[in-house]
Ligand binder design. Structure first.
Ligand code: CA
Length: 227
């Protein structure tokens, strides 16, 4: 089972694909234009994107280019209209994983989806390159992060704190544990250092930093991270 995002402006086509993918056991979300598609990548964090090329607002190529420039490596299968020449060179440069031309059989698309998912599953590191952390997708190998508005700058320490949270999701982490694992004892940081970093991180990952939904303060104990 995978999370599949369909970006397709033809409502009937989008709904029919959704039904078929759900029947296969996948979790599905639909976006009807390019801008909505980008937003959905960050809110839904799909394992695979079915991306129509001719879309309102932003073309499928533009959506793909924007995601790849933010180091979002989620696999993409392009849908192209009947008779539309697919720019395979451009698609390849943009990092597309496969193409299918309308009209196509759903059976064939599902076979291609499974092939792409298998390819990515065989490369677990690549598959887990982008972590969803609140409204951010973060790449801990390349130390890049982005939200629906584009790149977000994080310091090296902020990446380290986030990575530690991700590895220990759902567990209460004390300030001194964070200091031990992220700062070490070399430059005499205080628990206030931790709190300052958390406040800055919340601004970058929480929709409302005053009402955090991802980095919770557990009074008297420390913090707890939930994706
Ligand atoms: Ca279209």
């Amino acid at each position: 089972m995978a999370k599949i995002l369909i970006v397709e402006d033809e409502v009937e086509m989008a709904n029919s694909l959704k039904d078929n993918f759900e029947f296969e056991g996948h979790e599905v979300s639909i976006a009807f234009d390019g801008d909505e598609g980008i937003k959905s990548v960050y809110s839904f964090s799909p394992d695979l994107i079915i991306l129509d090329i001719m879309l309102p607002n932003k073309s499928g190529y533009d959506v793909c280019r924007e995601l790849r420039s933010n180091e979002i490596s989620i696999p993409i299968i392009f849908l192209s209209a009947r008779g539309q020449e697919i720019d395979k060179v451009l698609g390849l440069e943009l990092g597309a994983d496969d193409y299918i031309t309308k009209p196509f059989s759903v059976r064939e698309l599902i076979a291609r989806i499974n092939a792409v998912l298998r390819r990515y599953a065989a490369k677990p590191k690549t598959n887990k390159t982008n972590y969803k952390i609140g409204k951010l997708l973060a790449n801990f190998e390349k130390l890049t992060a982005a939200d629906e508005n584009g790149k977000v700058d994080l310091t090296f320490k902020e990446f380290e704190v986030l990575e530690y949270f991700v590895k220990n999701e759902g567990r209460i982490i004390s300030r001194s544990e964070l200091l031990d694992h992220v700062w070490g004892y070399d430059n005499f940081p205080t628990t206030r250092t931790v709190d300052n970093h958390i406040a800055k991180l919340r601004k970058k990952i929480e929709t409302d930093p005053m009402e955090p939904k991802h980095i919770f303060t557990v009074y008297g104990l420390g913090y707890k991270f939930v994706e």
